[in-house]
Design a protein around this ligand. Structure first.
Ligand code: 9MG
Length: 277
């Protein structure tokens, strides 16, 4: 897939490192809120094997409060400019606001990661005009309330249908099908059972023919199963990243780049080994 001037071969799974520049993000809140610390973190994620860095200025954790356009711009633009100047990496902008998408791409970001799947005002047209790839994620509800009793008749069928409909709407707005990535949205308006059902159904998402992004790093589904706090979920996260890649996911969004990158390399060595000896 072409990310502006940068080509990334998604037939080999790649790691997207999370770089939140918010004071209240879900698992690393407040760590990277100035340009220097964000740049240091970006550089170390790149050394550890990240192909993409996902930069977000508004937390999407359960219960998170929205921020204004200007606050979000003030947080992300200087960081994107610095990373784009200093490092050779694909930058994604994690936002749902058309104005932030536009300014971030102008500042050097290469693609849009939208947890609202471009349902916001002017979002579809903006991405079509910017002519960059986009990740469309499923979410039931909104971050502030999404974990209060999410309900589905058939979670896999409903999430698949939502993503297909959003992809169709984006294509009708002028976004190329070659620029669309899908994401079931683990933890976004889903119980543990919903997340497990979606995870087992990853091959059905991959059958759509569009690359699939999986983000489960440090999330509550791991906390519930292992009964561990957010800072102790590395092994659970790495196990799920390995499984996602085995099932065909193309992009794995994580906080812990090095361990995930190594785990993926091992999975791919087994997957790509053909023939008997
Ligand atoms: C911003 N963000 C937080 N979690 C995410 C996930 O699972 N997928 C995507 N695409 N973005 C996410």
């Amino acid at each position: 897939m072409l990310f502006k001037d940068k080509q990334l071969d998604l037939s080999t799974p790649c790691v997207m490192g999370v770089l939140n520049v918010t004071p209240d993000s879900f698992s690393d809140g407040g760590l990277f809120t100035n340009v220097d610390s964000a740049l240091r973190q970006a550089s170390s994620m790149l050394e550890e094997g990240a192909s993409i860095l996902d930069i977000g200025g508004e937390s999407t954790r359960p219960g998170a409060q929205p921020v204004s356009d200007q606050q979000e711009l003030d947080r992300v633009i200087p960081v994107i400019e610095a990373i784009n100047k200093e490092l050779d990496v694909i930058i994604s902008i994690d936002t749902s606001k058309a104005v932030v998408m536009r300014e971030a791409i102008k500042a050097g970001a290469h693609f849009v990661n939208d947890v609202y799947a471009l349902r916001g005002e002017h979002a579809e047209q903006t991405v079509a005009e910017l002519n960059v790839p986009v990740c469309l994620m499923h979410m039931q509800g909104e971050p502030r309330t999404m974990q209060t009793e999410p309900v589905y008749q058939d979670v896999v069928a409903e999430v698949l249908q939502f993503l297909q409909e959003r992809a169709n709407a984006c294509m009708a707005a002028g976004i190329s099908p070659q620029q669309i990535i899908l994401d079931p949205g683990f933890g976004f308006g889903k119980t543990l059972q919903h997340n497990l059902a979606l995870f087992r159904a990853l091959p059905e998402f991959i059958k759509t023919g569009m690359p699939v992004l999986v983000g489960v790093s440090r999330k509550s589904m791991i906390g519930s199963i292992l009964d561990l706090p957010v800072d102790k979920r590395l092994h659970g996260s790495t196990a799920l990243a390995s499984l996602a890649v085995w099932l065909g996911a193309s992009i794995i969004r994580v906080h812990d780049v090095g361990p995930t990158y190594q785990a993926i390399q091992m999975v791919m060595a087994v997957r790509n080994f053909s023939g008997r000896v």
